[in-house]
Write a protein of this length. Structure first.
Length: 334
């Protein structure tokens, strides 16, 4: 059987997805973006990866978030996305906002990670080939490099934009002082930092506690949150123990030690608040991030079309009462 040529849903921009202004820029991003950190590697079936990408676009998700080493194996998520581009997304390239990053371990030797000009330039060239793209919409420095002069890393981002290999640039997981330097350096060279990408969820509040959110806003930079469900802790997956097919059981990025009795107690209490709101815990966790304008977009992962659909329900209700917000804070302090 030959699969039919992909044709996106004609109502993809009229089915409830909302778009938010990204800092001081002309870019609008969907409230929910699709991340390809997991479930798009060469260990996953292409048919499922393609089905999720198609469904995301059909539902108004225009932003697809990648990095050079997403997989597993390294580079394979970009290769998968490149096949999807070639098979179905190419006619709609101008409707898509595609990101990639470099900064973490990618290949052996001294030039395969961190923030040198050689690594960033080489990595982006590789990423473009893997994804069958002439340019990405945004390229990130994936992490702050304490040993490479920050000027070298940032000037590389400037040059990448001037070479036309990325339309915008951003930074990810930078400490506040380094982020301030980056915002200023890039602005002085007329290359605005479009986005700051950081880990942010109900359990991990560092971006607000350290002033990263406010700093981004003051600099006209959008903030995009990854790991919004705390690697699955903020879902109903672990309410009754550890499922055999869960990330904790598989021994991946999320470790068994993360699910302490204290954490489980908080998860169950948060689930009760979500139930009272008529949401699942995952829906409420996503909605919580979108409750005000400090967050431009939330990057979700998904392992199936059904899971993607469930997460998209969060945009239907991201308004919280003062009482609900207080209750959530009380639970976290227990």
């Amino acid at each position: 059987m030959i699969n039919p040529i992909y044709s996106p849903d004609s109502s993809r921009y009229d089915n409830g997805m909302k778009y938010r202004r990204c800092g001081r820029s002309g870019i609008l991003l969907p409230e929910i973006s699709l991340g390809l950190w997991h479930n798009f590697g060469d260990v996953n079936t292409f048919a499922n990866s393609q089905a999720m990408a198609h469904h995301a676009f059909d539902k108004g998700i225009t932003h697809f978030d990648l990095a050079n080493n997403y997989g597993p194996s390294y580079g394979s998520a970009e290769e998968t996305f490149g096949m999807i581009m070639k098979k179905s997304f190419m006619p709609y390239r101008d409707e898509l906002f595609i990101s990639t990053k470099a900064g973490h371990d990618m290949w052996p030797g001294p030039y395969g990670e961190w923030g040198s000009r050689k690594y960033l330039m080489t990595s982006l060239n590789q990423s473009l080939r893997r994804m069958n793209l002439d340019y990405v919409d945004i390229f990130y420095s994936h992490r702050y490099d304490p040993d490479t002069p920050l000027e070298e890393t940032l000037q590389t981002l400037v040059d990448i934009v001037r070479q036309g290999k990325a339309l915008y640039v951003g930074i990810s997981k930078y400490p506040k002082a380094a982020a301030e330097f980056a915002y200023r350096y890039l602005a002085e060279r007329d290359v605005h930092s479009l986005l700051y990408q950081g880990r942010y969820n109900i359990f991990n509040r560092e971006p607000e506690e350290e002033g990263i959110l406010q700093q981004a806003k003051e600099n006209g930079t959008g903030f995009i949150a990854f790991s919004p469900l705390a690697q699955g802790l903020l879902t109903n997956r672990y309410l009754n123990g550890i499922p055999e097919d869960s990330r904790i059981a598989k021994g991946g990025f999320l470790k068994k030690e993360a699910l302490t009795d204290e954490t489980l107690k908080k998860i169950k209490a948060l689930n009760e608040v979500a139930t009272q709101r008529g949401q699942t815990l995952a829906e409420m966790a996503l909605a919580w991030l979108l409750k005000d304008d400090m967050v431009t977009s939330v990057i979700i992962g998904a392992s199936s079309v059904n899971q993607l659909n469930d997460n998209l329900k969060a945009i239907k209700n991201n308004t919280f009462t003062t009482k609900e917000l207080k209750k959530i804070e009380q639970i976290l302090k227990q």
